[in-house]
Design a protein. Structure first.
Length: 338
């Protein structure tokens, strides 16, 4: 297994992180500790206590190491930092912005033609403050593959959560094996943030698992070029080398990536490392995340400029989720001609 050098926050010496469970055990869940590790001013602590009580802080140490010490506006920090502005009520923002309720009883969602989504777990390796499921109850997700076996019009299964890579390798193997035994399933798609925030999740065993059950696609949630450091790219390369296609999805976030230079660097870095930018999402209007929202006209201008600067395959689709629609709704890049 590949291991990476990791600086212990307690002793200041380097140590090897050789297992995913060991890495998760080092997650930061205390706002005081976060502020201490990053040398943040006391105002950051005062401005986040109530929000942390409402939606807990959770961030892997690996992700924290990519943040700039002493910078309370670091773009990676802002994605996970509790702020009391989250407590404000904003018109149009709800606890269930995409109409999922608390999830189906059988754990399977059917939103789009030919596809089914399995809510594999409510566990996640990081609490992103803009997560559209931040109010989703933390519970055991029970699901059966029988509805998928019976629905022969389903050709692709999407594994979601929480984060499906929070499943153990045994649980993931059993699930992928079960899906691979269904004749009409042609593709499996795994949506995950974990390889970005805790790259040790991509270990040798996981590479073997994903290489066995093909075609399996990995869709990464990545929002800023600083998230793609050497450790992350090296681990992802091991999947690409065995034929696992990797796509990306990005949420457009105010003061984090609503800048043409940031988005250009992100999407170029992805394609330079053989990954395909897939979606740029308009923020889902979930309660507590209004301060992240970018105006739609700004998003349109950013995509239009990206089309000028980058080749077409490096520019993702700019989309939003609309309850009841048969697909993601794309934004038109330009006004229709009259």
């Amino acid at each position: 297994m590949v291991t990476f050098r990791h600086r212990s926050r307690g002793s200041g010496v380097s140590e090897d992180i050789a297992s995913f469970p060991q890495a998760l055990a080092m997650e930061i869940t205390d706002l005081v500790e976060l502020c201490s590790l990053l040398a943040l001013p006391e105002t950051v602590l005062d401005n986040g206590r109530n929000a942390a009580d409402e939606f807990p802080l959770r961030v892997p140490y690996s992700f924290l190491r990519r943040m700039e010490r002493g910078n309370p506006t670091d773009p990676l920090l802002l994605q996970v930092l509790p702020q009391n502005v989250e407590m404000l009520s904003t018109e149009g923002f709800t606890v269930d912005p995409v109409g999922e309720g608390t999830g189906p009883e059988n754990g399977i969602l059917r939103k789009y033609s030919g596809r089914a989504l399995i809510l594999t777990t409510s566990d996640c390796g990081v609490n992103c403050r803009f997560c559209f499921r931040r109010h989703f109850p933390r519970k055991k997700c029970n699901f059966s593959l029988d509805p998928i076996r019976e629905a022969t019009d389903i050709h692709e299964v999407i594994l979601s959560g929480g984060d499906p890579l929070c499943l153990s390798n045994r649980e993931l193997t059993d699930l992928l094996y079960g899906l691979s035994r269904i004749p009409h399933i042609r593709r499996i798609r795994i949506h995950s943030r974990l390889p970005i925030v805790e790259p040790s999740r991509i270990n040798a065993e996981l590479v073997d698992i994903l290489g066995t059950f093909c075609p399996t696609y990995l869709v990464l949630h990545v929002n800023h070029p600083n998230e793609l450091d050497g450790e992350v790219l090296e681990r992802l390369e091991s999947l690409i080398d065995i034929g696992v296609p990797i796509l990306s999805q990005t949420v457009l976030l105010k003061n984090i990536n609503d800048d043409i230079g940031v988005l250009e660097r992100l999407f170029e870095k992805l394609v330079d490392n053989r990954m395909v930018p897939y979606y740029l999402h308009q923020l889902d209007q979930v309660s507590g995340a209004a301060h992240f929202e970018v105006a739609e006209e700004v998003g349109r201008r950013l995509i239009e400029e990206l089309r000028v600067r980058l080749p077409g395959y490096a520019v993702p689709q700019y989309v939003r989720e609309v309850i009841g629609k048969a697909c993601k709704v794309p934004y038109c890049y330009t006004e229709p001609r009259h």
